[in-house]
Write a protein of this length. Structure first.
Length: 442
């Protein structure tokens, strides 16, 4: 027993000596456990989706007289503030206009969305060789790197599975282009439109390179001839690859509508990308409440942010044929994309720069927005469209022919103006608009 005790003591002593030697040599230091000097760690750009939380609400038939008979339109304060009802007398959009929504996906079976989904003809129909439905054959028929991308692509999986595991993408798509006049739910800003869905972010997926997927989404949208790209994410780091992708969109006359971000900061001092890239096709959008005050969470900047749009408690679609409220610059961005689609549908010849010019110049000006945006303005759907309809061209020429003007230009449906008076009022507004644009260039 004594010998065993002596041996145990000797063993413990030897372990202690070994520890001291290893520690002295630095072998037990944290720095030697899979370590990399801080100076060698590369900080790579990222792109995050500031999702927020949706507040679900039931769609109730509160009004009997609502625009295009959809039962929940009374809850869409943003559309009411921007005179959407009158604007829809001019344009409701066109299925030929494609908006690429880069987000968290979509509920493709939502009653208010499925009729307005873009269709990739390269992945539809019966294959003449295999005799299988291309939409479900598990083959990349159009050889664009995405399998069965009928309504868009999921860049996380490389497939056409657009399942929205959060709800943000479905909410944004509804603001832009929920179907109107179907007697269900709501109407989007552009109720007749084609929504190309590009999923770059999924809260349930780990280890995903969101920036890489953003770039691939932009490239896909350009390749598939989208007219407008709506992007709600972003980050504080500049990315040359992302810049090049947005520039490629500009070269192909694609408008890029981007969220200014929800960092509560001045973007003139702390840039937020891609919204703050200095490219002519980008519209950077901040969010306002019903009193047209910029939200405390929203980024702002007179050099970096272009315009404000409704962004607080916005009612829109959610997965499962439901609806709810969300807040942020993402929602404001969707409003601008919808208006851009209406403008493009009214004049197919306009470039991205032309559409951007009209949207920024036809908003409602508020003095307190002078320190928040470059235009001091909030989006106005009606003005953007009626300025077009008055015959004011992108170059400032005012045509004498205004035969497209509607009789009704007031909110009260029982009150009508004479067509000549309405045309003259809008033409005068157009003159003021173009004079302002001309003065700004001097």
């Amino acid at each position: 027993m004594i010998s065993k005790a002596i041996n145990l003591v000797l063993f413990i002593a030897l372990l202690g000596i070994a520890y001291i030697v290893w520690e002295g040599l630095g072998l037990m230091s944290d720095k030697n456990i899979a370590s990399v000097p801080e100076t060698e760690v590369e900080q790579k750009p990222t792109r995050d989706m500031e999702l927020g939380t949706a507040t679900k609400q039931k769609s109730k038939r509160i009004e009997s007289k609502v625009i295009m008979n959809d039962p929940a339109m009374s809850q869409k304060w943003g559309l009411q503030k921007m005179q959407a009802k009158k604007a829809w007398d001019v344009s409701q959009g066109s299925k030929e206009i494609i908006i690429a929504v880069i987000d968290t996906g979509i509920d493709i079976n939502h009653k208010d969305l499925k009729a307005n989904l873009w269709v990739n003809t390269g992945e539809t129909g019966i294959d003449p060789i295999t005799k299988k439905d291309r939409a479900k054959d598990g083959i990349d028929n159009d050889r664009n790197g995405c399998i069965d991308d009928v309504h868009g692509c999921n860049f996380i999986t490389g497939t056409g599975d657009l399942t929205d595991n959060h709800g943000h993408g479905t909410h944004i798509a509804g603001i832009i282009g929920a179907e109107g006049g179907n007697g269900f739910g709501i109407s989007g800003v552009a109720p007749k439109i084609s929504l190309m869905i590009l999923k770059y972010y999924d809260p349930k997926a780990s280890g995903v390179n969101n920036l890489k997927n953003t770039i691939r989404s932009i490239q896909y949208a350009v390749d598939k001839k989208a007219h407008i790209i709506n992007y709600s994410g972003g980050g504080l780091e500049f990315s040359q690859e992302e810049f090049d992708a947005v520039q490629l969109a500009a070269q192909n006359k694609v408008l890029f509508v981007a969220a200014a971000g929800n960092e509560r900061s001045n973007s003139d001092q702390a840039k937020y990308y891609p919204a703050d890239y200095e490219l002519s096709n980008i519209i950077s959008v901040t969010a306002v409440d019903p009193k047209t005050q910029v939200l405390a969470t929203s980024n702002y900047g007179v050099s970096t942010v272009d315009i404000a749009a409704p962004g607080q408690d916005i009612f829109s679609t959610l997965p499962g044929n439901s609806f709810g409220l969300m807040t942020g610059t993402s929602q404001a961005t969707a409003f601008v994309s919808g208006v851009a689609a209406l403008v493009m549908a009214s004049n197919r010849e306009y470039s991205a720069a032309d559409v951007k010019r009209y949207i920024l110049k036809t908003g409602d000006e508020y003095p307190w927005l002078r320190s928040k945006t470059g235009t001091s303005k909030k989006l106005n759907i009606y003005k953007a469209l009626t300025t077009l309809d008055s015959g004011v061209s992108a170059t400032g020429v005012i045509a004498s022919n205004v035969h497209n003007m509607k009789d009704q230009f007031v909110s009260d449906p029982n009150v009508k103006l004479q067509t000549g008076d309405a045309a003259r009022d809008i033409a005068n507004f157009g003159k003021m608009l173009m004079e302002s644009m001309s003065n700004q260039k001097k």
